[in-house]
Design a protein around this ligand. Structure first.
Ligand code: ACM
Length: 709
């Protein structure tokens, strides 16, 4: 099934595409991402198997052939000496012209015109008339994207395409996906298939997270233990491995799970991506998330202990010899301008005690471990720069001072990215709230286990990395674009990974390509439901089907009125300030939470006590129900309570138990929600609600509302 290519995707099992032929609106309905300017004209053009394609000699025909592969792989391609072919030659033909300057009649904003950045120009002009098609662009990428549009506009069963003038350019130069191939290694064939799909939707950067604790995934000749040992483990499930030994095993061990890309594999992938106008950006994590490298080469951590350290020793020169040696081979393999060095989530714990790190800090005048991390990043940045490359890192690279020339990938919200722009650094936006596709995309109880969170396709689609308030002449050239990230701790199979990717990544592709005024969620959803999902399914992909979407948590859809709403509430134990929601009002504000504890309606309680609150109904009141909902998401340590106690009091001091509930807490794969409540009849002024953690799992308790009826 996985060998099916986009050829079948477009040629087979397609829905009615004739809608685009009747279309006379300003914008093309059946093209994703939506072009920024589309004007329907009279008549249709017929693109048949024998329809000639004329290209001029500047054009890289490997890229053109790649673009045609899904629809007209055998199309006759003629190379012309000159871009301006005669009208007789053009009759009935598709003429691809790589031109010096692209004349656009519409006032399109392109990343180049708005920023003068050094990115390639991906704009194109497509004129489809009954007599022929002319596609113009200044680059092969522009021609490639023009062909993607032409193919999407063509009815595959008849070859007919509505006459139109399309003038189009991306909103942002960087439109990416990150795939974590460390937690679970993904085959070369799988990566190629994602490249094909990305190219269809005009995405142009594939960031591979090649190294992390769970496995090193790229052959480095100078350091063979990285792939002889650190690419293999015996537990296939990440969670089992992480909760268990976290050990590696030798390549060839019976049952060894993992793998790595050989240099030949990488060259093949890089070339495959190039032909799809996609740059592969390698990520080599440093200084943290490096347990695997530090077990293969123990001398590079502060304590030299295998399986104990996640951070490189920054005081040791051998660390730099190693990292530079690795980057030498990485740069030789990947032509990408950007080399991603990670930089996220360093614990830095060993650095404070390590004599070499302490000496380095003294010598370099570094006042804390953040500056020590910054020293490493800046030094690697200079190394990359000396080799004509640029450093890209997660937003933690700003802590301790951002290295000159570094580009920031903002994931902990957008603040990091905004601050980086203020100081003149380039930015790629990838905030968890909009871009982390390892979150649940629909009602968690009905979904395979995920990291947590709740990120719908609609929410991804709503993202605007450069809203009007930030869209200034200063910021525009600094905002490179957007990236969707898929971390794979809970995504063991390739099918599951595709399910998490699509259609959310396609929504982000449209965020990256289409100007906000041409975007429409209802139209995007229609395109996914009426066409793209079936195209993907027919080609053997495994997208989530928006037609089956359950949507938000029913309780969250409207406010609830009840006896405790807006009543005084006393907290006998404080809530966890990391998730403040609506503060002390959260539990009595009549608003219940959605499928994620991060939505501002769920209040967190953590050790030593959990929930212990008293609601004052202000007068003796007859009550019939008291309840609150809890959630459990084991990955981030959110657990059900083992016990809940609901009690009442007339004076707020002496409480009588009304209901004690126990719950058999078990560690489960999937997120779950459970209601803990009492029903009956009682008269009281005060209601106390308490939760108690399970002895084994403990965990954070989240509740959104204590309802009294
Ligand atoms: C990250 O999600 N740790 C970049």
């Amino acid at each position: 099934m996985r060998n099916v290519t986009l050829t079948t995707l477009l040629a087979g099992a397609l829905l009615c595409l004739s809608a685009c032929n009747q279309h006379t609106d300003k914008y093309a309905p059946n093209c994703t991402p939506v072009p920024n300017s589309y004007q329907a004209q009279q008549g249709t053009f017929s693109w048949q198997i024998a329809t000639p394609l004329l290209v001029n000699s500047l054009t890289d025909t490997t890229i053109i052939r790649t673009a045609l592969q899904p629809f007209r792989p055998e199309a006759p391609l003629t190379i012309m000496a000159d871009a301006t072919t005669s009208s007789t030659e053009q009759q009935g033909a598709i003429c691809l012209q790589r031109v010096e300057h692209l004349q656009l009649s519409s006032d399109l904003i392109t990343p180049e015109s708005s920023s003068g950045s050094r990115q390639t120009n991906e704009a194109y002009r497509l004129e489809i008339s009954p007599k022929g098609v002319t596609l113009q662009a200044t680059t092969d990428a522009g021609l490639f994207y023009g062909l993607q549009t032409l193919i999407q506009l063509t009815d595959p069963s008849t070859g007919r395409v509505q006459a139109a003038i399309v003038e189009d350019a991306p909103r942002f130069a960087y439109r990416g996906i990150m795939i974590d191939v460390s937690r679970h290694f993904r085959s070369k064939a799988f990566i190629k298939r994602q490249i094909e799909l990305m190219a269809t939707y005009k995405m142009n950067r594939l960031h591979l997270h090649l190294t992390d604790a769970a496995g090193w995934r790229v052959q480095i000749d100078r350091y063979p233990r990285l792939t002889q040992l650190a690419a293999w483990r015996t537990d296939s499930l990440w969670q089992t491995w992480w909760d268990g030994s976290r050990h590696y095993c030798e390549e060839g061990t019976p049952g060894a799970y993992g793998g790595y890309y050989t240099k030949q594999d990488i060259r093949e992938l890089v070339e495959y991506a190039r032909r799809h106008c996609i740059t592969i950006i390698p990520e080599i994590e440093m200084p943290a998330h490096s347990e695997e490298a530090l077990t293969a080469y123990t001398e590079l951590s502060c304590t030299h202990e295998p399986y104990k350290q996640a951070d490189f020793c920054v005081g040791n020169e051998a660390t730099f010899t190693f990292l530079e040696g690795v980057l030498d081979e990485v740069m030789e393999l990947f032509p990408s301008h950007y080399i991603h060095v990670g930089g996220d989530e360093a614990g830095k714990a060993s650095w404070g005690k390590c004599p070499l790190c302490q000496r380095r800090m003294k010598q370099e005048g570094l006042k804390d471990v953040n500056e020590l991390q910054s020293y490493l990043i800046a030094r690697m940045g200079r190394y990359l720069q000396a080799h004509g490359r640029a450093l890209l890192g997660w937003d933690e690279i700003m802590e301790g001072g951002l290295a000159e020339g570094a580009t920031v990938m903002s994931w902990r919200g957008e603040q990091g990215g905004r601050r980086a722009m203020e100081s003149g650094h380039q930015v790629i936006m990838s905030p968890g709230e909009f871009c982390y596709l390892d979150s649940y995309q629909d009602a968690p109880p009905m979904q395979p286990e995920a990291m947590g969170g709740y990120l719908t396709t609609e929410k991804v689609y709503s993202y605007n990395p450069l809203p009007d308030t930030l869209d200034t002449a200063h910021n525009r050239p600094l905002m490179l674009g957007v990236q969707a990230n898929v971390w794979t701790e809970y995504i063991p199979t390739e099918e599951h990974l595709e399910y998490m990717l699509y259609p959310r990544a396609i929504a982000l592709a449209e965020v990256g390509w289409t100007q906000p005024e041409h975007k429409s969620w209802s139209d995007f959803r229609r395109r996914m439901e009426n066409r793209e999902t079936d195209r993907m399914l027919a080609a053997g992909y495994h997208p989530f089907d928006l037609r089956q979407e359950i949507g938000s948590r029913p309780e969250s859809r409207q406010p609830i009125d009840h006896l405790a709403k807006d009543k005084p509430i006393q907290f006998n134990a404080g809530y966890w300030k990391k998730y403040p929601a609506n503060g002390e009002q959260t539990l009595t504000d009549g608003l219940r939470g959605d499928w994620t504890y991060g939505d501002g309606h769920w209040l967190a309680f953590v050790s030593p006590k959990r929930v212990d609150v008293v609601i004052d109904l202000e007068q003796p009141t007859t009550i019939h129900r008291v309840y609150a909902d809890f959630m459990q998401i084991c990955g981030p340590g959110v657990f059900m309570p083992a016990r809940v106690l609901i009690s009442i009091s007339d004076d707020g001091e002496q409480f009588t138990p009304l209901q004690e509930l126990t719950y058999p807490v078990v560690k489960e794969g999937k997120a779950s929600f459970h209601r803990f409540g009492w029903e009956g009849e009682a008269t009281t002024r005060y209601v106390r609600y308490q939760s108690f953690p399970d002895e084994t799992y403990g965990g954070v308790h989240f509740i959104d509302e204590i309802v009294v009826e």
